[in-house]
Design a protein around this ligand. Structure first.
Ligand SMILES: CC(C)(COP(=O)(O)OP(=O)(O)OC[C@H]1O[C@@H](n2cnc3c(N)ncnc32)[C@H](O)[C@@H]1OP(=O)(O)O)[C@@H](O)C(=O)NCCC(=O)NCCS
Length: 184
């Protein structure tokens, strides 16, 4: 099990930082929540108003240090543009599910590649019993598919009616032994 207490990391590479959320992030998080079609991300936050976002951040910060989950902010040049998180979905062998959200205005600059690289590095180094990471992607997320395959993730199946709109999701899995470690 990944069950020992740990502090949320700050991971940096070039213009990008993956770091803990703070209460000052409400407006920037609300901006990327609103940028998603429909209520795709707001539903994850628990609601569509700034006060829902504020409560989500407060809860997230209060949970830091308590495994087995974490949500971290992603900043580009110091500006919060998204989030990336993970939670344990299986104990032995240890398995995490990871997911992310990124403001479309930050797309196409390699932010996703860098943040996924930083987080995979951190997780496999920090949790030596971690055997597998899985990601669920919307079936139309071509950039996401390309990104995952370049890290060695393998398409394992289709989750039917897995979005609020009733669309399918793709399930990708990466075993520790399969990981392609290449700097972005
Ligand atoms: C990964 C994602 C976040 C895009 O992030 P990004 O920062 O623009 O991605 P990057 O710039 O790091 O590019 C990732 C790779 O995808 C490639 N790519 C971009 N658009 C693509 C497309 N339409 N088809 C195939 N590959 C594509 C890029 O060329 C890059 O590959 P490379 O490094 O080999 O050249 C993507 O999942 C996305 O846009 N998702 C929708 C928005 C979202 O956040 N969804 C989650 C909601 S819960």
């Amino acid at each position: 099990m990944i069950n020992e207490a740990w502090l949320p990391p700050t991971l940096r590479a070039g213009r990008i930082a993956v770091r803990p959320f703070t209460v000052d992030d409400v407006d920037a998080m609300y901006a990327y929540a609103l940028s998603m079609p429909g209520e795709r991300y707001a539903s994850w936050l628990g609601g569509t108003s700034p006060s829902h976002v504020a409560r989500y951040i407060t809860d997230t910060v209060a949970r830091y240090g308590r495994p087995p989950r974490a949500d971290l902010g992603v900043a580009l040049d110091g500006q919060l543009v998204g989030g990336i998180g993970w939670r344990q979905v299986w104990g032995a062998p240890a398995e995490l599910e990871a997911g992310w959200v990124l403001h479309p205005q930050a797309a196409g600059q390699g932010v996703a590649r860098e943040m996924v690289h930083l987080v995979l590095d951190h997780l496999f180094a920090r949790f030596d019993t971690l055997n597998r990471v899985e990601v669920r992607l919307r079936a139309d997320d071509r950039a996401g598919v390309h990104l995952l395959e370049s890290f060695g993730f393998v398409l394992e199946g289709t989750l039917r009616h897995a979005t609020p709109e009733g669309d399918n999701r793709l399930l990708f899995g990466l075993l520790r032994s399969e990981r392609k470690v290449s700097a972005p």
